[in-house]
Write a protein that binds this ligand. Structure first.
Ligand code: 1GP
Length: 256
């Protein structure tokens, strides 16, 4: 079983290098918007495409992944909301364990259904501790999963949750304020999780300005995920990529 993407993520994390993931929700993108984002990707460094959404109609997702794979070298990572959303055309899958919640279906149930499908596929499996964080209003993810998100201002609970996830063998942590969150996950929470675990940390939800992207990276995020804002304004992809690039250039200069 491949571990290529995980190994690269982990090596980047150890070097302190940051990455940008662009989240594409097949149900929110028409072909023209998908093409515009692909064009921008040619000019700005995008490290990963995450593909997924809460209410994906399978044929939209399949068409989008086909387009991405035919037109770009950027790895395509499934970000599924349930076991129906597995597609072998992608490179990898975030196998999410919703550790902020207490719904057994998203801790093990969906995984049992997915296991034989994943085994038969060539997808790289990225076991991920998924933590939804309360960012001011109920998000689709928290409603659809029937779980209570982590309290916004309790970094200690997030740190212990991540720690438990790492001890259980999860190899990435994803702190998510939910798509279109009113405000992103607090830097204090990202810092607490950073101090608690060694695995790469992905942060997303409500990152819609360069300042917010910078704050998440400065607090310890290894990968930032941007979705909604790029759907609204594809040019934001360039802004987010510049923030990540600046971080990595400063790091490179410091190492030389
Ligand atoms: C949501 O983390 C992602 O699951 C991205 O959120 O769409 O708000 O950028 P946005």
């Amino acid at each position: 079983r491949l571990t290529r993407l995980h190994d690269a993520l982990y090596a980047r994390r150890q070097r302190g290098q940051k990455s940008l993931a662009v989240l594409l929700d097949p149900d929110n993108l028409d072909e023209a918007a998908g093409q515009r984002i692909l064009d921008l990707t040619a000019a700005h460094a995008v490290d990963y495409f995450f593909v997924g959404g809460s209410l994906v109609t399978t044929q939209h997702q399949a068409a989008l992944i086909r387009l991405l794979k035919s037109a770009s070298e950027v790895p395509v990572v499934l970000f599924p909301s349930n076991s129906v959303h597995i597609d072998s055309q992608a490179d990898a899958i975030l196998l999410l364990s919703l550790i902020s919640g207490r719904n057994p279906d998203f801790l093990i149930g969906q995984h049992v259904v997915a296991a034989p499908i994943l085994r038969a596929s060539t997808l790289e499996i990225l076991p991920t501790g998924y933590m939804l964080v309360d960012t001011g209003r109920q998000t689709t993810a928290s409603y659809m999963s029937g779980t209570t998100p982590l309290p916004y201002d309790k970094p200690g609970i997030a740190a212990c949750t991540a720690m438990a996830g790492e001890q259980l063998g999860l190899r990435l942590m994803y702190l998510d304020g939910g798509s279109g969150a009113m405000y992103p996950v607090a830097p204090a929470m990202i810092r607490a999780v950073r101090q608690a675990v060694d695995v790469p940390i992905i942060v997303g939800g409500g990152i819609n300005t360069a300042e917010k992207a910078h704050a998440a990276l400065a607090a310890g995020a290894d990968v930032i995920v941007v979705g909604n804002q790029i759907e609204k304004d594809p040019e934001f992809l360039g802004e987010a990529a510049r923030v990540v690039h600046t971080f990595n250039s400063v790091l490179k200069a410091a190492l030389n």
